[in-house]
Design a protein around this ligand. Structure first.
Ligand SMILES: Cc1ncc(COP(=O)(O)O)c(C=O)c1O
Length: 403
């Protein structure tokens, strides 16, 4: 493969990386093998270190995959979307549902290419071949090995401080939130939530006998001072990526909220629903892991990056609530089926989860850039884009967008 390296002022590695990326996006076939590092270096008279560095960057961003003892290959899933980049992207523009929707911006939907179906099928088959005991009820809290994987991922990547025995595997948000509502036993005090916010939180808490207070958000998220005057016994918020404004709550506010919870002996439910999807900067660590995070219930889900169809979420409980949980009827039955838990455990243990996240970020970054270009092209100075990569702030009169 003789390359015509892209022009530009970057280093040789950067130019090689860009050249290969262009080739991947517009010419290569899904799963196509890349030349070995040695061959590409020799044919183009560049050093192996340069080729290795370019490959490693492409790998980190999810453009290529590595298969043991076989070499590097163009990422299969990525191509399904990227191939359309020069023409009209078919996968994203086809009519869906009843056919009346041409462009679907519903935030809680993933495009079907995201799900790594082949890997899932293989691991699912393996999970079923293992000795799953189909005659017994599985662990009510969730499979121990699966909880270990979640704890290790959260502590490493999200900065939480948790053990596997503090985790309860749940079947999605409503299930997890309902469990939190029961365990907090804080119905005598109002339930506070950021506003605008995730309406379903209010609904679930209402169904469990809680009265809701709305606490307004500003450009940085919820303002702790607004909470001071209330008698709230619990608080729900999405600090990493406020739903729906996209704001990220600064550390000082997080600390003030933790201090509020300590003083009032209130509980905080931190919904970290999509922080793994941040693709412009590393998300700031979860509140649960900060000094004073002992009153935080941390809620996570696999719905945003893997699939909302598998219905897997989890709750990390503070120790006192864990004790209540163990004594309650909630501890009896597993909330997610054993084969799904085991498949996901294998998926995480074998490194597919983090590889998958890299691929999803690449895919989203491309869509984000395309959206940004389209908004600029079509609407020009009639709108103001204040933050990118997931974000929004109110502005003086101009319509604003969160992308
Ligand atoms: C703010 C927020 N939290 C959590 C969830 C995850 O819900 P589930 O785990 O039930 O799919 C969503 C889904 O849209 C959401 O928007």
């Amino acid at each position: 493969m003789i390359l015509k390296l892209q022009e530009g002022s970057g280093t040789l590695t950067e130019r090689l990386y860009l050249t290969l990326k262009e080739w991947i996006l517009h010419e290569a076939k899904p799963g196509e093998r890349l030349p070995s590092i040695r061959t590409l270096a020799a044919e183009n008279r560049i050093s192996r270190t340069t080729v290795e560095a370019a490959y490693s960057q492409l790998y980190a961003e999810g453009y290529i995959e590595s298969r043991p003892r076989s070499g590097y290959f163009v990422a299969v899933d990525l191509l399904a979307v990227n191939r359309g980049a020069k023409k009209e992207p078919e996968a994203e523009e086809r009519p869906i549902g009843n056919g009346r929707v041409r462009y679907d911006f519903f935030p809680a939907r993933l495009s079907p290419e995201i799900f790594p179906v082949k890997t899932w099928r293989r691991l699912n088959a393996r999970a079923l071949r293992e000795d799953l005991d189909f005659g017994a009820y599985p662990d009510g809290q969730g499979e121990a090995g699966f909880r270990e994987q979640i704890a290790s991922y959260l502590n490493r990547i999200r900065g939480t401080r948790c053990r596997a025995d503090q985790i309860v595997v749940c079947s999605g948000f409503i299930d997890a939130m309902g469990l939190a509502a029961e365990l907090m036993e804080a119905r005598d005090h109002p339930f506070a939530m950021e506003w605008p916010g995730y309406r379903l939180a209010e609904r679930v808490m209402g169904e469990h006998g809680y009265r809701t207070l709305h606490i307004p958000v500003d450009s940085q998220g919820i303002d702790p001072q607004r909470l001071e005057a209330t008698e709230a016994g619990s608080l729900y918020l999405t600090p990493s990526h406020q739903y729906p404004t996209g704001a990220t709550l600064p550390v000082a506010r997080r600390q003030a909220l933790l201090e509020w919870a300590r003083r009032q002996e209130s509980w905080i439910i931190e919904d970290d629903y999509d922080s793994e999807l941040n693709y412009t900067h590393r998300p700031i660590p979860a509140m649960q892991g900060l000094e004073g995070g002992e009153r935080v219930l941390y809620l996570g889900t696999f719905s945003k990056s893997l699939s909302p169809a598998i219905r897997v979420a989890y709750l990390v409980l503070p120790e006192p609530l864990m004790e209540r949980y163990r004594r309650s009827s909630h501890a009896h039955f597993a909330r997610v089926s054993l084969p799904v838990q085991r498949t996901l455990e294998l998926f995480m243990a074998e490194g597919h989860w983090e590889r998958h996240l890299r691929r999803v970020r690449t895919l989203n970054r491309r869509r984000h850039d395309r959206m940004l270009a389209a908004l600029r092209r079509e609407l020009g100075d009639r709108i103001e884009i204040l933050t990118q990569g997931g974000g929004w702030r109110s502005s003086c009169g101009l319509p604003t967008v969160a992308i």
